[in-house]
Design a binder for this molecule. Structure first.
Ligand code: DP6
Length: 310
């Protein structure tokens, strides 16, 4: 099955609804505590394993859609026009083409997180795009359907439709219709996630390319599915029992293992800089001093600190 067939299966006759109003929507970014790393289907972004994230309610993407009487789309990102020939615009336009007839859009995207610096901006971006389309065409899709559609844009985007702890079940089906996210548990009031910026610059290798190289060349990757299975059970248990230590330890270990699988790829993939390692050391030193603080890291040099507000 290809993306267009999935969209057709979900939208059915609704795909022909006429767009009406201008609409603005928001989707939060999400930080995986147990990561999605590796696809069993590259076209549909179907993952090898399930994953679990936490949404950052105050960080994400605001998207304003309107229909314009022009030949081409108009895309504005953080107040600057985006060249339609850029890879960013192409990816977005290809995604929009799955849903529309001949309409052209003006899309104003405001991201409160740096784009492509390993801060899951594409997750919030694609989630807000599907929410925006749903509102513009008045499809009235369920969150499950929106999650299925957001996944086609970027895997992790399927988790960016809820606040709180979100679980993406990997699913078994070839068409991916059982591979979507759901709310696992509401936010812990006291849990804090703080982004430690090491670099805001765009990453040299996209997570998409990195995970593919890892799956194809890393000898360590065969251990990843079991690692995730164990970690998921621990993290779910930690969330349900309010066990911050178990949550932090498991999330940190999961991120470190993911980066190990990449370092074992050929050629090796290294997202951490010296500064990243120095910050990790600082976290471990603090823990030795009795401070309950952990980190996680995605496909970039930045760390996300996990701690309780006390
Ligand atoms: C390290 O969702 O960006 O952040 O599906 O190819 O768009 P594509 O990949 P993407 O990968 C996210 C990888 C990660 C881990 C995670 O968020 O689970």
């Amino acid at each position: 099955m290809n993306k267009r067939e999935v969209v057709q299966a979900i939208l059915g006759s609704r795909i022909h609804h006429a767009p009406t109003i201008e609409t603005t929507v928001f989707a939060p970014t999400n930080i995986a505590l147990c990561k999605y790393w590796g696809k069993r289907d590259q076209e549909l972004n179907l993952p090898v394993t399930s994953s679990l994230s936490i949404s950052l309610d105050d960080k994400g993407a605001y998207t304003t859609f309107s229909v314009i009487e022009k030949e081409e789309d108009e895309i504005i990102l953080n107040d600057a026009p985006v060249l339609l020939s850029s890879s960013f615009a192409k990816r977005l336009i290809n995604f929009l083409n799955l849903f529309r007839n001949k309409e052209r859009f003006k899309i104003i995207l405001k991201s409160t997180i740096p784009i492509a610096a390993g801060l899951a901006s594409s997750a919030a971006g694609f989630a807000s795009i599907v929410k925006g389309l749903d509102a513009l065409y008045d499809w009235k899709l369920s969150l499950t359907e929106l999650s299925l559609l957001a996944r086609l844009g970027s895997g992790s985007a399927c988790r960016s439709l809820w606040s709180g702890f979100v679980l993406w079940n990997k699913g078994e089906r070839e068409d991916g219709m059982d591979s979507y996210a759901e709310l696992f548990h509401p936010h812990w009031e006291k849990l804090r996630v703080k982004i430690l910026m090491v670099s805001e610059s765009e990453k040299s290798l996209s997570s998409r390319e990195a995970m593919q190289r890892t799956i194809e060349t890393s000898k360590l990757y065969s251990k990843w599915p079991n690692k995730v299975q164990d970690d998921l059970e621990k993290i779910k248990h930690a969330i349900l029992t309010n066990d911050f230590k178990l949550l932090g330890e498991t999330a940190e270990s999961n991120a470190l293992f993911m980066h190990e699988t990449m370092k074992n790829a050929h050629p090796p993939i290294e997202y951490s800089s010296e500064k990243t390692y120095a910050l990790m050391q600082r976290v471990w030193d603090l823990r030795n001093q009795g401070v309950s603080i952990y980190f996680t890291q995605d496909a970039g040099p930045n760390l996300k600190l996990l701690y309780l507000d006390n």
